[in-house]
Ligand binder design. Structure first.
Ligand code: PLP
Length: 386
């Protein structure tokens, strides 16, 4: 019997029932504009404040340091452009495996952008940041966990190094992290991490699409990207998306529903199961320093795109990399940055787990994947010798 298994939780997650429940009244009876003085407006404002407290508590931040956005892409743009716009000859240090929501705003800014080495395991080194710092450096942006290969970056260590450097400098370096993929599984206390700007997204954490948050440390001023009224401290003006913000707040509170230990067990079962069953399969990204829910493998002689389509026919939803890049037929820029050949970077499959995934699902994948790979290899004239 064909099943219907979702293994693409890094692309997006379903909205948790409790989140939907809390959001629902804000579409209908509690529809006020939070800027209105009457009780309808105050009810909406109260709901936003409650969500802000929840996000601030999760981050160990102050309420006024939390800005609601419509997505992580918007949050990253507000943060990066907001820092760079006001600087003269800015220099930025980042990694080549950031999400496009970071790489593109940097590429389209006036800054000189320097990229850290990511090595074969897809992890940057804090000391490499030190090497690259120069007088003009105003910003370091390194993602907390990678969306394609799940590698976890040494954010706390980088944060400490930047703090040390800043003690000796007049021109302070701002530290930004895109924590979108990390929020489900990793501690996100901004003071422990030593970050000044942090971005998250609602739809990756069982919250709604159209909701995100940007942490802006007290004392950091961002040049405006949008102009309008004074919502969200003028950093993100415009009438707030109240149901989405309420949903994000509830989703953050429900993060405890994730089970990193069980997810990790299923992940490892998947990785070793694939390695044992399929010759010429390789894990991409560090085996240890990776998110509990990420499996990313390359297969010799197989195109990732054909693999995703073939698996979909078997009732398994997977991806080749980040959902935003999935319509591009070029090899993964993340895997190329790790030093993989074009062929292997084309042959990658990303399987990401979440709350709904069971041992039965893993077994089903391990049953279906080997013959699919074998068939595709035969089609491409690369059948195994087994
Ligand atoms: N940053 C990372 C690491 C992501 O994985 C994603 C989504 O795939 C984004 C940013 C963009 O998030 P959003 O869809 O909320 O704009």
């Amino acid at each position: 019997m064909t099943k219907n298994i979702y293994l693409d939780y890094a692309a997006t997650t379903p909205v948790d029932d409790s989140v939907q429940e809390e959001m629902a009244p804000f579409f209908s009876e509690k529809f006020g504009n939070p800027s209105s003085v009457h009780s309808f407006g105050q009810e909406a404002l109260f709901a936003i404040d409650k969500a802000r407290v929840r996000v601030a508590n999760f981050l160990g931040a102050r309420e006024r340091e939390v800005i609601f956005t419509s997505s992580a892409t918007q949050g990253n743009n507000l943060a990066l452009q907001g820092v760079l716009e006001k600087e003269e000859n800015p220099h930025v240090i980042t990694s080549p495996i950031e999400h496009k929501a970071v790489l593109e705003p940097l590429k389209n800014s006036k800054a000189e952008v320097d990229y850290l080495p990511v090595y074969r395991n897809g992890v940057v080194k804090a000391e490499d940041v030190l090497e690259k710092v120069k007088d003009e450096t105003v910003l370091v942006s390194v993602m907390y966990a990678n969306s394609e290969i799940g590698t976890i970056q040494p954010i706390e260590e980088i944060g400490k190094k930047i703090k040390e450097i800043n003690k000796k400098r007049k021109r302070k370096i701002v530290f930004h992290t895109d924590a979108v993929q990390a929020v489900n599984y990793l501690p996100c206390d901004v003071n422990r991490l030593g970050v000044d700007l942090l971005v998250m997204s609602g739809h990756k954490i069982y919250g709604p699409k159209g909701a995100g948050a940007l942490f802006v440390r007290e004392g950091i001023t961002l040049s405006p990207v949008f102009y309008g009224a004074s919502q969200e401290r003028k950093i993100n003006p415009g009438t707030e998306n109240v149901p989405a913000i309420v949903g994000l707040g509830k989703a953050i509170e429900e993060i405890k529903k994730n089970n990193p230990k069980k997810t990790k067990e299923l992940r490892d079962m998947m990785i070793t199961g694939i390695e044992e069953r399929i010759e010429g399969s390789f894990l991409n990204g560090d085996r240890e320093r990776r998110l509990p829910n990420n499996v990313n493998m390359s297969f010799e002689g197989v195109e990732g795109e054909s693999l995703v389509i073939a698996l979909d026919r078997e009732g398994i939803a997977s991806s080749t990399g980040s959902a935003c890049a999935s319509h591009s037929l070029s090899p993964s820029y993340v895997l190329l940055a790790l030093g993989l050949s074009h062929e292997m970077a084309h042959g990658s499959l990303r399987l990401t787990l979440g709350r709904g995934v069971t041992q039965g699902d893993v077994n089903y994948l391990l049953e279906k994947l080997p013959p699919v790979v074998e068939r595709l290899r035969e089609i491409s004239g690369r059948g195994s010798k087994k």
